[in-house]
Design a protein around this ligand. Structure first.
Ligand SMILES: [Zn+2]
Length: 237
């Protein structure tokens, strides 16, 4: 089996080739990723034609995924049955009564178990889940940062986690201080890596002009797709 990127209608299609007779098209959760499975020797024109024929279906499907994600985040009450994202995967939330003991949250297999007093408010529950995100990032960042610094060729004097409402990260160029949004723990690890590379690149180029983009193309060739997915499914709630 092989996999390649197949551009179509301004989107990224993941093209897999297998020993099969027919073509298959899928739009996947949670980010609306489009995947085509095609026979090994199928001509590219045939694949383009196939996509064109089914494109309105793809767009409808992506829209439905987006709307569902939107309702989930608006209706998230931190009760049993809610979906909680972590590293790009949705987990089933199970809420237990802490019965006087300390509140806690753990991730086990396909579930996130939140133990809180029965009277805990939505905000208090969210704060405790944010604690899980923070711990996950605290584990991930020390491993990822040296790798990103090696790619970019610049070092951050400091790298901190902050819960931000409008930005994925910031970089104080004078102090070489990088701040990463706590919310990044909700997305695929590649998103965290992209934001880290982006902020470190500011240590070379202050703005987002052509020189910045040229460096990003080298450090993170996939950055446009990752950024698009991140912003399309942004969930700061
Ligand atoms: Zn920037």
């Amino acid at each position: 089996m092989t996999e390649e990127i197949f551009p179509f209608a301004g989107q990224v299609i993941y093209l897999k080739r297998k020993r099969i007779k027919n073509m298959y098209l899928r739009v996947q959760k949670p980010a609306g990723r489009i995947e085509v499975t095609a026979p090994m020797r199928m001509k590219r024109e045939r694949i383009t034609e196939f996509l064109g024929k089914h494109w309105s279906w793809v767009e409808k499907k992506q829209q439905a995924i987006r709307e569902k994600a939107e309702t989930q985040k608006l209706t998230r009450q931190y009760q049993t049955g809610d979906k909680i994202p972590l590293w790009g995967v949705y987990y089933d939330l199970v809420v237990r009564d802490s019965a006087g003991r300390q509140a806690s949250v753990v991730c086990r297999d396909t579930r996130i178990v939140l133990t809180v007093p029965a009277y805990a408010t939505v905000e208090q529950r969210r704060e405790i889940v944010n604690g899980l995100y923070r711990r996950q990032l605290e584990q991930a960042i020390p491993k990822l940062l040296p790798r990103c610094e090696a790619i970019v060729g610049k070092k951050a004097a400091e790298c901190r986690i902050r819960n931000m409402k409008t930005r994925w990260g910031t970089c104080n160029i004078v102090k070489a201080r990088v701040w990463l949004n706590l919310q990044l723990a909700k997305y695929k690890p590649e998103a965290l890596k992209y934001v880290m590379l982006h902020e470190l690149t500011h240590l070379w180029v202050h703005n987002h002009g052509p020189a910045f983009k040229a460096r990003m193309d080298v450090y993170c060739p996939d950055w446009r797709r990752i950024r698009q997915e991140l912003n399309q499914f942004a969930d700061f709630a």
